[in-house]
Design a protein around this ligand. Structure first.
Ligand SMILES: [Zn+2]
Length: 271
């Protein structure tokens, strides 16, 4: 066999394998989407996810299927002695999957594992001033790694979901980072459906980001943490879009429209 023949056969086998894998996954998803949503899970989301209670019935149906896929495909690991329960899995999955409703997208393509701590946790940090590297510690509610896990503190998850109007929701925040990171860069620009959309997206989000950075005092609709960098701006804007949708639409109509087009949802209508 010549090298060329060998390469052609290998390429053929690889593409057959990939097509087969894709078909298998689609079939598996179709089956999971049509499975009845367990009664116990319904009780969990009603109790722990106030946003769920606002959703119109067709979106609730869609969410049920997405939660089934998420729980089946993602691995949950308890840290710091936390035992993973259905309540933890379903509460996190339901909020994360709200970001996927109405969109033709994979279920957080790069994410395999969600690590859950019982409480707000301490993470080791490293910083450098160019001359020396400084080891430190920082208190975290959650974090999202580009090619790694999402890490969450369960007390922050339950604290964040109990109030649906404070625009603080660590699950929406960290999973918005996951969407942002899907194209390989955490830069506040997730993968948009049309190439032409990037121009308006960049104009509106950078204008709003700079405005938030310039605000020195007074109350803002968006949490000031959004002024940290463009990636944090997108994550905070996502929290605000779902939890303070009316205020965002009134005070930042262009930003609201960009997120409405991206998420293909209009949360103002659910209030
Ligand atoms: Zn963040």
């Amino acid at each position: 066999m010549t090298i060329a023949e060998y390469l052609i056969i290998t390429a053929g086998l690889v593409s057959t394998f990939l097509v087969g894998k894709h078909v298998f996954r689609r079939k598996k998803h179709k089956r999971l989407l049509s499975m009845p949503f367990p009664e116990q899970w319904e009780k969990i989301v009603q109790k722990n996810v106030p946003l769920y209670n606002r959703l119109p019935a067709p979106l609730k149906e869609q969410l049920h299927g997405l939660v089934q896929i998420f729980v089946k495909e993602k691995k949950f690991e308890g840290c710091g002695g936390l035992k993973i329960t259905d309540e933890i899995k379903v509460t996190i999955a339901a909020q994360a999957c709200i970001l996927l409703l109405n969109r033709k997208t994979a279920c957080f393509r790069k994410l395999r594992t969600i690590l859950v701590y019982p409480h707000t946790y301490i993470a080791r940090t490293k910083s450098s001033n160019g001359m020396i590297t400084i080891d430190g510690h920082s208190v975290r509610l959650g974090e999202s790694w580009q090619n790694g896990p999402v890490v969450l503190a369960w007390d922050s998850v339950t604290g964040g979901t109990s109030n649906v109007t404070d625009a603080r929701n660590v699950v929406l925040h960290e999973f918005a980072h996951q969407l942002d990171q899907e194209d390989g860069a955490a830069d506040g620009a997730p993968v948009l459906e049309h190439r032409s959309s990037y121009i308006t997206w960049a104009r509106v989000l950078s204008m709003e980001y700079e405005t938030l950075q310039k605000r020195k005092s007074g109350r803002t609709v968006m949490n000031k943490y959004g002024a940290t960098n463009p990636a944090e701006f997108f994550a905070v804007a996502t929290e605000t879009f779902f939890e303070k949708s009316r205020q965002m639409k009134k005070n930042h109509p262009e930003l609201y429209d960009e997120l409405k087009n991206y998420y293909k949802l209009d949360p103002v209508e659910w209030i």
